[in-house]
Ligand binder design. Structure first.
Ligand SMILES: Nc1ncnc2c1ncn2[C@@H]1O[C@H](COP(=O)(O)OP(=O)(O)O)[C@@H](O)[C@H]1O
Ligand SMILES: N[C@@H](CCC(=O)OP(=O)(O)O)C(=O)O
Length: 370
């Protein structure tokens, strides 16, 4: 059975008990629920905010500093506490966590995108729970806008998550900010692409979290690009995870327009320029066309063009008919050396191995004949 993958984002206000220090008890409750998700075949990836807030507590600051450098310093201090706390909670269940610090730029650079994707998928393969946060030391804009909602959506795109769960301090998205308007009503379900919902979402209200609902709704739109459904729900009710797992819909559900794989393939097919060509033998061409299999080096007879790892290349049969296109795991020079080689020979030929496929089937779009 192939596991479902959920990216679960937890905001600062919630994690740090509104700035009173990490709420370890509540973290343990979420972790217990996430472990129950795993038992139900759902792989959680945690996107955890709270580094700046926890750093401020550790440094004895009561107000978020204006200076970005001081916020970065606080994040570096607080990240220590954050990862220690997550690791301690998961260790009680015999599970390891892994700290993954990313920036938005990492995910818009194709090579780093593939590297981040491989690392995250490898961690999941080892049953490790990735705990992701923004790499605040090296970014300035994101720390100013506090945008882990966007980061969580980009991670959902990266790992083709089925669902993005944004846990916050409200029951979900209301038709107006409930802090300002006590009569505001909860939106139960909408399309992520509906412009009306963006208009309802205001900025942050807690003083600790920064993005408010506006970044959450935008994140739902980004997550929808790779087909993920978004739930915005209250992290004060850890049972929301169990409810979601049971097929109920707590909080606000924001639906994508397409399924995860179709959305990813549309994105792959439409957005990247071809940098080179791989010529496949008849067997490999048939496997791609008929089974949508990954492309292994053994089925490649020739390589044309100059490309880097992560770039888009065309796959053609020996008659020059284009079979597929996809993101290649090795650069042109390495791909040439791997022609006709078995996957177990890659490390011997190159002295290292990224992946056993030249192009993984998730990164491959097979073209219609005709
Ligand atoms: N339409 C809305 N529905 C719900 N909350 C809203 C809305 N507009 C603005 N908000 C504010 O967004 C806040 C949550 O965002 P934020 O403080 O950034 O939390 P987090 O730390 O979880 O990211 C809420 O406490 C609320 O005041
Ligand atoms: N990387 C920052 C994230 C800040 C942020 O996005 O906060 P939030 O709006 O509470 O999710 C931190 O860990 O403090």
């Amino acid at each position: 059975m192939s596991a479902e993958r959920w990216v679960i984002k937890i905001g600062s206000a919630l994690l740090t008990n509104d700035g009173r220090g990490l709420d370890r008890e509540l973290m343990q409750v979420w972790v217990d629920r996430m472990v129950a998700l795993r038992a139900a075949g759902i792989e959680p990836i945690v996107v955890s905010s709270g580094a700046v807030a926890e750093g401020m507590t550790r440094l004895g600051w009561s107000r978020r500093p204006e200076s970005v450098h001081e916020q970065q310093a606080a994040a570096a201090v607080g990240q220590m506490g954050l990862v220690q706390a997550w690791e301690t909670c998961f260790r009680k269940h015999g599970l390891h966590t892994a700290q993954v610090l990313l920036t938005h730029d990492d995910l818009s650079d194709r090579k780093r995108y593939l590297n981040a994707r491989s690392t995250l998928l490898t961690l999941l393969g080892f049953a490790v729970v990735p705990v992701v946060n923004e790499n605040d030391t090296v970014v300035t804009d994101e720390i100013r806008f506090g945008d882990n909602d966007t980061l969580a959506a980009l991670v959902a795109n990266l790992v083709e998550a089925d669902r993005l769960v944004i846990l916050t301090d409200q029951e979900g998205l209301f038709n107006a900010d409930p802090r300002q308007n006590p009569d505001a009503e909860l939106i139960r379900e909408a399309r992520a692409s509906d412009p009306a919902i963006a208009a309802m979402a205001g900025g942050g209200g807690s003083g600790l979290g920064r993005g408010g609902m506006a970044t959450k709704v935008r994140a739902a739109g980004l997550a929808a690009r790779s087909g993920a459904m978004t739930t915005i729900a209250s992290g004060r009710r850890p049972e929301v995870l169990a409810e979601l797992c049971d097929g109920r819909a707590p909080g606000t559900t924001l639906m994508p327009d397409t399924s995860p794989m179709n959305a990813r393939k549309q994105w792959l097919a439409g957005h990247l320029r071809m940098r080179g060509r791989l010529v496949l033998d008849a067997g490999a061409a048939r496997r791609l066309r008929e089974a949508g299999s990954s492309l292994l080096p053994v089925g490649v007879v020739d390589v044309f063009g100059q490309f880097s790892r992560g770039e888009m290349v065309a796959c053609e049969d020996e008659q020059g008919v284009r079979v597929a296109c996809g993101l290649v795991n090795y650069d042109a020079a390495d791909a040439r050396r791997l022609c006709r080689k078995k996957s177990h020979e890659i490390a011997d030929v190159l002295g290292f191995m990224n992946e056993e496929e030249l192009i993984h089937r998730d990164n491959l779009v097979v073209l219609d004949r005709g």
